[in-house]
Design a protein around this ligand. Structure first.
Ligand SMILES: [Zn+2]
Ligand SMILES: [Zn+2]
Length: 343
């Protein structure tokens, strides 16, 4: 089968690999019907993910059809349409039992990083009962594509930010994950959402698709946020941008006693200027997604409460995935997300 392989640092190549087989009774084999490219794939390409194994098939955002299951898989059967979770988790260890599946002692981000992933025709999914989410008949592959990765992240970020109906929520960054965070934050019914984004085309996207949301540039963020909140600042800040200055923007934009949730994956260390922060009494929440709300997210999609299909701006067959990578990496043609079809 065709598989996009991390053959060397700075190099992904389409190679021919054998179709995966079940090697553990908790495995499933999934035939990929749609996948996507994530900025984490670019981090692997550029050598910024030390645990990524040279030789693996990349890709971890995908949906497909179950081809085969191991003897200990009870929730999925051949023929089922499924969304696949970016995180592999056992469901039984100390962290999994508390919902902190990102820290599973025998899992974490495996697919497309430490084991073969989804930019291929077939994938072996370990712990299939935890990693597969059924796609209802009224939900298309494109509607379900982001459930296991960026939508899981957006939902997790909104949930741990403890948003109430009194809150003004500031979301910094309107890239794919920021947009998913926006879609999920809206479900928690805050009084007001403000999105801060440097890129004009992305600001335009938010204005077109989320008309009730205030959209600002980083330069106007401080003053306008003050006007909107009686001079206090945002009650909740979710930092999804990961830029050079965006962590500073995040905590400065927060009112005293706010929650600041940091989803962004920075390439450089960030400064926590505690003397300047003293007295603001902020609560910081940070980390990688605990992707264990996929059933909830899928139900919300089926009910029409989340629709991320507008994020799919470009479509490619797997045979032309290198073009999709170039476009995504260079942000050509205002690309937000690409969908990769088999063939
Ligand atoms: Zn990802
Ligand atoms: Zn575990």
């Amino acid at each position: 089968m065709q598989a996009l392989t991390y053959t060397a640092p700075e190099l992904f190549e389409l190679t021919d690999k054998p179709k995966p087989r079940i090697i553990d009774p908790k495995d499933a084999i999934v035939r990929v019907t749609l996948s996507s490219i994530c900025s984490s794939d670019l981090h692997i390409l550029h050598g910024a993910v030390p645990k990524a194994e040279v030789g693996i098939t990349v890709g971890h955002e995908f949906v497909g059809v179950v081809e085969a299951v191991g003897a200990d898989v009870s929730k999925a059967k051949p023929g089922d349409r499924v969304a696949v979770n970016v995180e592999t988790f056992c469901g039984e260890c100390f962290y999994c039992r508390r919902g902190y599946v990102n820290n599973c002692t025998s899992g974490g981000w495996m697919l497309g990083c430490r084991i073969d992933g989804a930019q291929a025709e077939y994938v072996r999914v370990p712990y299939a009962d935890n990693g597969l989410t059924h796609i209802p008949d009224n939900v298309s592959d494109e509607q379900a594509l982001f459930v296991g990765d960026i939508l899981a992240t957006g939902y997790w970020a909104a949930e741990i930010s403890e948003i109430s109906d009194q809150d003004t929520v500031l979301i910094i960054g309107a890239g794919p994950t920021g947009l998913c965070t926006l879609a999920c934050a809206l479900l928690f019914g805050p009084r007001h959402i403000v999105v801060c984004e440097a890129d004009a085309s992305r600001r335009g996207f938010v204005s077109r698709h989320y008309p009730g949301v205030t959209v600002l540039t980083p330069e106007e963020c401080g003053e306008r946020l003050g006007q909107l909140t009686g001079g206090r600042g945002a009650d909740r800040v979710i930092e999804v941008a990961g830029g050079d200055e965006t962590f500073q923007l995040a905590w400065r934009s927060a009112r005293p006693n706010a929650i600041v949730t940091v989803v962004a994956l920075y390439e450089k260390n960030q400064t926590l200027p505690l003397p300047q922060m003293y007295g603001k009494n902020l609560t910081f929440k940070t980390g990688g997604v605990d992707a264990c709300r996929c059933d909830t997210i899928m139900r919300l999609i089926a009910e029409g409460k989340i629709d991320t299909t507008p994020l799919i701006t470009h479509r490619f067959p797997l045979s032309r995935i290198q073009e999709a990578y170039r476009m995504f990496a260079r942000r050509e043609d205002n690309v937000i997300k690409t969908a990769i079809y088999p063939g």
